[in-house]
Design a protein around this ligand. Structure first.
Ligand code: ATP
Length: 603
């Protein structure tokens, strides 16, 4: 398949302002793509070479090298490229312009150069992908030169519009705003005959989180073939997520009366895959974190009595002296250090296992929780640092509450209450009422922190003048796949944090509002939805300025947070994992009820 239609699609996407249009455009593109190429087309439009969990190396082409490659490709001086870059402000557009000039020059002069520039074969999607892949794979001594030559060669053969988007891809600035959800929609329209096919495609994707693979299967064999998709060791399953609750009796009712209640450990979720002696560990956002936890790899190797298994647990830092649970921050500190083997001794971790998703060829995701847990018990060989999560089974709210207090006292964050009825399957990738979390932190008015996405930023004044120092934050609305704003956060940042934040934001600034953002506020700069931060506030309040839950409580107003404060970055979350508008609405309603109850008590 030629690359040009893909590059042209990128160009159209840049002009598109609504998600519906975006989906239509992708649908058309997918329909015209041969099944053999659709996987790589999907990766390319996501600005990737493969799913994140494959841990493929970065392209490793910095700005300097890129300038060199453009100069080399179009026989221009580096000074000229730099100068154009300064005046246009975008290397992609510089490449586009120089490519056009180069081709015009070449077509006037009948030379070898002309033949090379104009008469070469059209770029194919596969050649572009393979070259980018080779650029990423070139590592170590001499790799800079290899990268330079590969890229210059590709650019020399590219048409202007192709050159523009190849450069943007290499810079990691494709920013066409296509999320997983949009791609799933487009696949359903292109190959499933419409939106009704979406759940089947999504379920398959949840079990095998590789959009390229899923696209290829559905394009080749149709939607029905996806029903047979099973988990596979080495390919992460999208995690099942929990709703939040507050009142033990109400939570028990929601999960069907009886429940398994487990400690909710405050660490990092780990999906552990084992096949013979090989172990892979994936994070909550499906990144491959195997290398960070050689100790966990060893535990899994020895502690899972199955040839093949996929299990889930929480990795928690523990005190080396007494194995008591340590706060989340300690685990994060460990992750930042480089000398892993020393750190392993200083900050040991424990793994608390809570689910089994696949064992020796059997897909357990469609089995009820009690069956999954009993399979887990069968295959786990426990040690003090590799154990099943602390749990009870109960239908008594009092007992649940006591267990919750005990969990908190021992350093957990609260409890997870899990349904045990016939339909208590593992709903991969879905947040639902089969699992309900009950967390501490109900002391402050706002009962819980929320995780919000940065969508814009404002420059500071005074000491912080010239720096971006407050953020426009949004929640996620999964139904419409948009990010409506919730609040502006200006406090909670140390000076050091602020500098780091300015560095982080640089990569994500975009010239206009992202098509999936809904805002009534115009920030100084727009930011593409990519960074998630944990926010705590004094209370939830109604606001005419924000679009979160607009009209849900009262016409014309949304829900916002009073006195929001930055707590920490949640690098482990994707924008789509942010707190949802529905959750904020629930929190708001609960808060109202509580205020009413307190008022009643005073009377
Ligand atoms: P939070 O921000 O509250 O940590 P989250 O949005 O990251 O939540 P949720 O699904 O809402 O994810 O909360 C469940 C998380 O709690 C899991 O992702 C997992 O990391 C952690 N966890 C700790 N103990 C357990 C347990 N026993 N069962 C399931 N999840 C657990």
């Amino acid at each position: 398949m030629p690359f040009k239609p893909v590059a042209e699609a990128f160009a159209s996407m840049e002009r598109i302002t609504s998600r519906t249009q975006l989906t239509l455009l992708l649908t058309r593109l997918f329909k015209s793509t041969p099944p053999g190429a659709i996987g790589i087309v999907v990766y390319l439009i996501q600005g990737k070479l493969g799913p994140d969990w494959k841990g493929l190396p970065e392209l490793g082409v910095g700005e300097k090298l890129l300038v060199k490659a453009i100069a080399l490709a179009y026989k221009a001086t580096e000074e000229r490229v730099e100068k154009l870059y300064k005046s246009i402000g975008d290397l992609g557009s510089v490449a586009e312009r120089l490519s056009r000039e180069y081709r015009a020059r070449a077509s006037r002069a009948v030379t070898l150069e002309a033949f090379m520039a104009g008469g070469g074969e059209a770029l194919t999607v596969r050649r572009v992908y393979n070259t980018l892949y080779r650029i990423a794979m070139a590592q170590g001594e001499g790799s800079r030169d290899i990268k330079l030559r590969l890229l210059a060669g590709l650019l020399a053969d590219a048409e202007p519009v192709e050159a523009k988007y190849i450069v943007r891809f290499v810079e990691g600035r494709l920013r066409v705003g296509v999320g997983d959800a949009t791609i799933l929609d487009a696949l359903a329209m292109a190959f499933g005959g419409g939106a009704h096919a979406r759940p089947v495609i999504e379920r398959a994707y949840n079990l095998r989180a590789d959009l390229g693979y899923i696209a290829e299967v559905v394009a080749r064999e149709g939607v029905e073939a996806l029903r047979g998709v099973k988990p596979q060791v080495g390919v992460p399953i999208r995690p099942m997520l929990a709703e939040r609750g507050r009142d033990p009796a109400e939570i028990l009712r929601k999960v069907g009366g009886r429940a398994v209640v487990e400690y909710k450990y405050d660490g990092e979720r780990a999906q552990i895959h084992k096949k013979d002696g090989e172990v892979y560990i994936y994070s909550r956002r499906l990144e491959n974190i195997t290398r960070m936890f050689p100790d966990v790899v060893e535990m899994a190797r020895k502690g899972l009595k199955a040839r093949e298994a996929i299990v889930e647990g929480e990795i928690v830092a523990v005190d080396p002296d007494n194995y008591e649970l340590q706060p989340f921050q300690v685990l994060m500190q460990r992750k930042r250090k480089h000398d892993i083997h020393r750190v392993m001794r200083e900050v040991p971790v424990a793994v608390f296992l809570f689910d089994a998703l696949y064992v020796d060829g059997e897909d357990l995701t469609s089995k009820p929780l009690p069956e999954r847990r009993s399979r887990l018990r069968e295959i786990v060989v426990e040690t003090p640092l590799w154990r099943l999560a602390e749990s009870i089974e109960t239908s008594d709210p009092e007992e649940l509450w006591t267990f919750f207090l005990k969990a908190i006292e021992e350093g957990a964050e609260g409890v997870m209450v899990k349904a045990v009825h016939r339909d208590s399957v593992y709903t991969a990738g879905v947040r639902g009422w089969l699992w309900v979390k009950l967390k501490r932190d109900y002391k402050s008015e706002m009962m819980d922190t929320v995780d919000l996405v940065v969508v814009g930023a404002f420059y500071g004044r005074g000491k912080r003048g010239g720096k971006l120092s407050s953020l426009l934050m949004a929640a996620y609305d999964p139904e419409r796949d948009v990010f409506p704003t919730v609040c502006k956060v200006a406090t909670g940042f140390t000076d050091e944090e602020l500098d780091r934040m300015n560095e982080m934001l640089k990569k994500h600034i975009i010239p206009r509002k992202h098509p999936r953002v809904e805002s009534r506020i115009e920030p100084d700069v727009w930011v593409e939805p990519a960074l998630v931060a944990e926010i705590l506030g004094a209370e939830l309040t109604l606001s005419p300025m924000h679009t979160c839950c607009l009209n849900a409580v009262r016409p014309g107003v949304g829900i916002s947070i009073r006195f929001p404060r930055f707590i920490r970055w949640r690098d482990d979350k994707r924008p789509e994992d942010a707190t949802t508008t529905q959750e904020l609405l629930e929190m708001y309603k609960r808060q109202l009820r509580r205020v009413e109850e307190e008022a009643a008590e005073k009377v």
